[in-house]
Design a protein around this ligand. Sequence first.
Ligand code: GTP
Ligand code: MG
Length: 197
Amino acid sequence: MKVQEARYVMSNSDYLKCPEPDLPEYAFIGRSNVGKSSLINMLTGKKALAKTSQQPGKTQLINHFIINETWYLVDLPGYGYAKVSKTEREKWEKMINDYLYNRPNLICTFLLIDVRHSALAVDLEFMAQLGEAGIPFHIIFTKADKLKSGQVNTQVEAYKAKLAEIWEEIPPVFVTSAEKNEGRDPVLQAIEAYNRA
Ligand code: GTP
Ligand code: MG
């Protein structure tokens, strides 16, 4: 699929104020700084569409982008950022969860994992919550350029082995680098398959 047009629509703290839920929607979730906003820019080929930062905690609202005028990509705040106050963190978590559990046109989520990290409890717990709520997720390993390709494979295989201990079926897995523009097509193809279904 070609991304012909990608346009910012709006930002909200309240899922009820998000755009009319009349188009298929895909959301990017994961720990703060994992590369959610950068990945949206890489997928759309627009460097500054979603705001990114070296500092965790950049994205603080639910951000809608419309692609080819036919589907939405959603950039969300990250979870698990230790440096903000507990109150602030709980506010973001509630925003994310209210959105995820109540958005009727949310087809599937992409949960991002920094490929350098081994399986973290916070991510595994988040996946468990998604599973319980019946929200499908795919896993995207980010920042693949930070490791040699052999190390990337080792990390991915180790992660899959961990997932296999927990889940009967492992979700689809993608490897990307926003820095090197890698891994774009398989993610867009997965979205296209949903859009056509
Ligand atoms: P929050 O909005 O704070 O939750 O973060 P985020 O998950 O949206 O991360 P963001 O896209 O802002 O990226 C965080 C940092 O990681 C930035 O400095 C990016 O340049 C960097 N980064 C993101 N993706 C990649 C990647 O594939 N490779 C490398 N080397 N750096 C990346
Ligand atoms: Mg962000």
